[in-house]
Ligand binder design. Structure first.
Ligand SMILES: Nc1nc2c(c(=O)[nH]1)N[C@H]1C(S)=C(S)[C@@H](COP(=O)(O)O)O[C@H]1N2
Ligand SMILES: [Mo]
Length: 246
C-alpha cells in the first residue's frame, strides 16, 4: 500500500481518462475489492519468482550491439531523436482503471532499478549490460490493472520486414522485480540502436522478448486479436515460441 501511495500523485497527474466504474459508490467498493484481490494475487506470484544472476561493473561487455531494428524509419522518430526525446510519450492502457500518458521526465522521476544482466539472443550471441529504469509493476500499479487482464502487450515505434514490432508477456513476468522499463544503458541514455528512448528488460526471457522503441503498454485478456494473434512479431512471422524463458 505504501508503494501505491508513493506513485499515486504521479498517476493522478498523468491520468489520460477517468474510469466510469468508479463513479458510483457501489461500483467503487466492488472495484476496490476486485482490485485488491488481483493485486494480492500478483504480489504472491512475484514473491515466488527467482531472480536471474546480476553481474558486476567489470563484467559489462565493451560493446552492446544493436540487433533487429537499429533505428525507426519515421519523421516522428527522427524529430524526437533530434530533440532528445523531450516529447516522447509512453501510453499505459487497455484493461486498466486509469490510463496513463508518461513522458521521459515522468519516467525518470519514478523510483529506479539498476541491474547488470546478460542478454541472450537466439541468433547465438550474448552481451552484459547495465540497465536502469522503473519496474514495470510500478506503472501497472499506478494505472490499476483490472482483474480480467491476463497479458501485457508492448507496442513499438518500429517496423521490421514490413510488420509492426510488438511483444507480450504474462502477469508473472510483468510483475517480476527485474522487469523494468529501461531508459539507460551503462549509465547513459539508451543509444538509438538499443531502442532509444525506452525499451523493456524482461530478464528471464530471450532477447526478442525485450521490445525496443517502446510507445505503449497495454493490459489485455487475450492475445488472439492482437496483430497476428501469436503474441509477438517473431511468434507471428517466424513461429518463434511465445514463452522464451531462459
Ligand atoms: N522494437 C524492437 N524490439 C526488438 C527488436 C526489434 O527489431 N525491434 N529486436 C529484438 C531482438 S531479436 C533482440 S536480440 C534485441 C536486441 O537488442 P539490442 O539491439 O539492444 O541488442 O531486441 C529485441 N527487441
Ligand atoms: Mo534476438
Amino acid at each position: 500500500m505504501k508503494r501505491r501511495n508513493l506513485i499515486a500523485g504521479a498517476a493522478g497527474l498523468f491520468a489520460a481518462g477517468c474510469a466510469k466504474m468508479a463513479d458510483s459508490k457501489a461500483g467503487q467498493s466492488l472495484f476496490d475489492l476486485a482490485e485488491n484481490w488481483h493485486l494480492k494475487a500478483h504480489r504472491a506470484l512475484a514473491g515466488k519468482q527467482g531472480l536471474v544472476p546480476e553481474y558486476t561493473r567489470d563484467e559489462i561487455s565493451p560493446v552492446f550491439k544493436g540487433n533487429g531494428s537499429v533505428t525507426v524509419d519515421s519523421d516522428y522518430y527522427r524529430a524526437q531523436l533530434a530533440m532528445g526525446f523531450s516529447d516522447w510519450r509512453l501510453m499505459v492502457g487497455g484493461l486498466v482503471k486509469t490510463p496513463l500518458i508518461l513522458n521521459m521526465d515522468n519516467i525518470r522521476k519514478l523510483p529506479q532499478r539498476t541491474q547488470i544482466t546478460r542478454h541472450d539472443c537466439v541468433e547465438g550471441w550474448s552481451a552484459i549490460g547495465e540497465w536502469t529504469g522503473p519496474q514495470l509493476s510500478l506503472l501497472l500499479d499506478a494505472a490499476g490493472v483490472l482483474p480480467e487482464a491476463n497479458f501485457i502487450v508492448f507496442r513499438c515505434a518500429d517496423t521490421l520486414y514490413g510488420h509492426k514490432y510488438y511483444e507480450s508477456i504474462d502477469m508473472v513476468d510483468a510483475y517480476h522485480p527485474q522487469t523494468i522499463v529501461a531508459h539507460q544503458l551503462n549509465g547513459e541514455p539508451l543509444p538509438e540502436k538499443n531502442g532509444a528512448p525506452l525499451r523493456m528488460r524482461i530478464e528471464r526471457q530471450l532477447g526478442y522478448k525485450h521490445p525496443k522503441y517502446l510507445t505503449g503498454i497495454e493490459a489485455v485478456s487475450s492475445l488472439d486479436d492482437i496483430e497476428g494473434g501469436k503474441g509477438g512479431f517473431w511468434e507471428d512471422q517466424y513461429g518463434y515460441q511465445w514463452y522464451a524463458g531462459i
